[in-house]
Design a protein around this ligand. Structure first.
Ligand SMILES: Cc1cc2nc3c(=O)[nH]c(=O)nc-3n(C[C@H](O)[C@H](O)[C@H](O)COP(=O)(O)O)c2cc1C
Length: 350
């Protein structure tokens, strides 16, 4: 049904316009308590077997929405009511910025993929702080993903991330340092350990210094060489980070400039997850993202060592009921394998 609607209607409109209309509709929904409660009752994960805990945070299910959809923390409640076990908002930068000129979001329907070069368009950390104050205390798990303001030079990057962290870490269930988006010039250079160490140390001081000790994760690119993946993993262990999110979009593709997400990213994202798990054992939480399309992919990531799994592009191609369908199928799969909980499936990977 959704596929038909996508082909006949949505595809005829510019991808970014559809995105903004969807966010606006979800923001309206977030402000309607009755509708939200109804959706939540119908679609959110309620099976206790799906619950997972990671870095001291309790998630109603392992499957969440990746960063980049709710860039300004405008509609996390509605997204969560649709069935995502957590919502990663952002990327948010210390200063508001418009992002790259449009068009900057392109569908690749044949590959179930998207290319984007949005460039961290967002209203800035102060606006996000005001919005997040509203969701605090609600039963929605919200991760906050922060990035570097475009006009800030690399030499001042740490101070820029710290400015965002000061505002947002106290309001986040977990905080993510994003150094892996391809659309801010030079950002991915920050993944080099010599630059990443001072940056992560400074943000960690802020995140772990909040009254609740906000967990801190770093999000990496799929295009890192294997040795660099290992180096970031070692650094995360050395600094006492809580986890790694792998992966962001890839620049290894032909055609439009920007980061590619969706099906073509699946194999590399899974390979990076496996490499990380082999490197860090059970000392870090791993969040797997990239090319997840269905319950088989989620299951495979859990067995490969992820505690949490995220999707974004799959939602665009599979429609609003995608997360709730995956949750339902995950519950069934657990029973079929005679497992009592997701935690048991995750333990199998160890
Ligand atoms: C339109 C779009 C915008 C994105 N924006 C961000 C972002 O602001 N920050 C970020 O960390 N990742 C961003 N991502 C990357 C996703 O969070 C995710 O890592 C990537 O798309 C791979 O997952 P997928 O194949 O399920 O889409 C974006 C992805 C898309 C498609």
């Amino acid at each position: 049904m959704y596929r038909l609607f996508f082909t006949l209607v949505l595809r005829r409109f510019d991808a970014e316009s559809v995105h903004h209309a969807t966010v606006r509709a979800l923001a309206v929904l977030s402000a309607l308590p009755f509708a939200k409660r109804l959706l939540h009752r119908w679609l959110a994960p309620h099976d206790p077997a799906l619950r997972v805990s990671a870095f001291g945070v309790h998630f109603p299910g392992p499957f969440g929405l990746a960063a980049g959809f709710d860039k300004d923390a405008a509609c996390a409640e509605a997204i969560s009511a649709l069935g995502f076990g957590h919502v990663e908002v952002g990327t948010i930068t210390a200063h508001a910025q418009p992002g790259n000129p449009r068009p900057r979001l392109f569908r690749r329907v044949g590959q179930a993929a998207i290319v984007n070069r949005m460039g961290f368009n967002n209203h800035g950390a102060a606006a996000a702080e005001r919005r997040l104050r509203r969701t605090r205390g609600l039963p929605v798990v919200v991760g906050v993903n922060i990035g570097k303001t475009k006009v800030v030079p690399e030499s001042d990057a740490a101070a820029d991330y710290v400015a965002s962290a000061r505002r947002l870490a106290p309001l986040a269930d977990y905080l993510v340092v994003n150094v892996s988006s391809p659309n801010t010039p030079g950002l991915r250079n920050l993944q080099a350990v010599e630059l990443l160490r001072p940056l992560l140390s400074a943000v960690k001081e802020v995140a772990h210094g909040t009254p609740r000790r906000t967990p801190l994760l770093v999000k990496i690119a799929p295009d890192l060489a294997d040795e660099d993946v290992d180096a970031v993993a070692d650094l995360a262990l050395e600094l006492g980070l809580d986890g790694i999110i792998a992966t962001n979009t890839t620049i290894r593709h032909d055609g439009e400039q920007g980061g590619l997400s969706g099906r073509p990213l699946k194999a590399r994202s899974l390979a990076v997850l496996r490499r990380l798990r082999a490197r860090v054992g059970d000392r870090l939480t791993l969040v797997s993202v990239g090319g997840v399309e269905d319950v088989d992919d989620v299951w495979e990531r859990l067995l490969a060592g992820a505690t949490l799994v995220q999707g974004y592009t799959g939602w665009i191609y599979n429609g609003p009921f995608w997360p709730s369908r995956i949750n339902r199928q995950l519950s069934r799969r657990l029973r079929r394998h005679g497992m009592k909980s997701i935690t048991e499936a995750i333990a199998r990977s160890a």
